[in-house]
Design a binder for this molecule. Sequence first.
Ligand code: GDP
Length: 435
Amino acid sequence: MFESLGNKLQDILDKLGRERQLTEAQVKASMREIRMALLEADVNFTVAKDFVARVGEQAVGQQVLGSLNAGQTVVKLVHDELVQTLGGESAQPSLEKSGNVWFMVGLQGAGKTTSAGKLAAHYKAKGRRVLLVAADTQRPAARDQLEVLSKQVGVPVLKVADAEAPSETRRRIEEHLARDPRDLVIVDTAGRLQIDEVLMDQLAALKAELAPTETLLVVDAMTGQEALNVAQTFDARIGVSGLIMTKMDGDARGGAALSARTVTGKPIYFAGTSEKISGLEPFYPDRVAGRILGMGDVMALIERAQAADLKAMEAKKPGDFDLEDLLTQLRQIRKMGPIGDLMKMIPGMSRALPEGFAIDEKQLQRIDAMISSMTVKERRNPKIIDGSRRKRIARGSGSTVQDINKLLKMHEQMKEMMKMLQKMSGGGGKGMRMP
Ligand code: GDP
């Protein structure tokens, strides 16, 4: 999802990349292209129009920030606007200590039952005691499907009978809870292929009886704008508190997900990302925006880099970055937060880093001690540190040879990071796109 939109946006912004200044004509041309890209991705017309109006307004007359170039400056504006359009802060369904009843609604095939199972697994893993309720009073097969999922997840399931009255369903749930206390009851309801008046009445009646704390509408992202029309109808008839957008792993153009917040006024709580039970992710607008623009969490990195003083780092050629510099830089980087976190924000870096890579204050002191135990010559050229010197340095600094090895390896990785940071700050002239 979002792939072709992302590629287009990146191309548009790349074109601006090399400029040092933003002219009104340039901004206008780019905004026109961005609007086209959004519409091609099936983003709602008004949403697309307002989107470029806001970005354009901010871009004209925008000072190109520090070492950033025009493309990077507009990337930041586009990114921030994407985050807002996707809902700003990430939103999660309300969850009290007990008494949580979540009502799952949606059209047949949207992924309602699957999502009920996924939610059960997600919250069971968080230590919740979940009860699944299969409340489709018409389709035994739908109830069986939920039963299979409940076994897979390892939570109990309560199946309604054919044509069971809502008051009876409530009574049976209460009876179950009296016997087997559960703090989160997830109710999977009936769906239809299309909006259906009779179904809406039934759902409204069951909702009135069960008084759920959340009403989650499951929408299929692959169905595009139509999904949002459906959402509006469900909200008007039944009342919806948040959305679960399924099939985000598909190759749909993403317009529904991008427009959902604005069109329906409801937050996307979760994204379904596969058919598997584990394929459910809390929806983080900033991460999604980052992914659309193909830059991992680089925005956060840029912001932190701006906050900390990276001038010294930029002054040096990355290849020349030695252990003496490492010592100085580590102290500066500490201002930016844990280095492990920082490096993980670089796309691809989280995979490149060894498991459990993190540096805390204590480790920092140890690194200080290790580097201090080296000769200046060694610090300037760590390649000359051989096995016997590693042993000696380890003893001198109260650490082990493995620690020294780790430090030297980390230094190599930092050199890589420096190179990337330099590229990002404009040195590479390739805009923001990471290799
Ligand atoms: P319901 O009728 O709304 O209960 O829909 P189901 O839960 O039966 O799902 C319909 C189909 O969509 C099934 O084949 C699911 O495996 C599939 N499905 C549901 N969610 C996702 C998802 O996030 N990604 C993918 N790829 N398939 C999904």
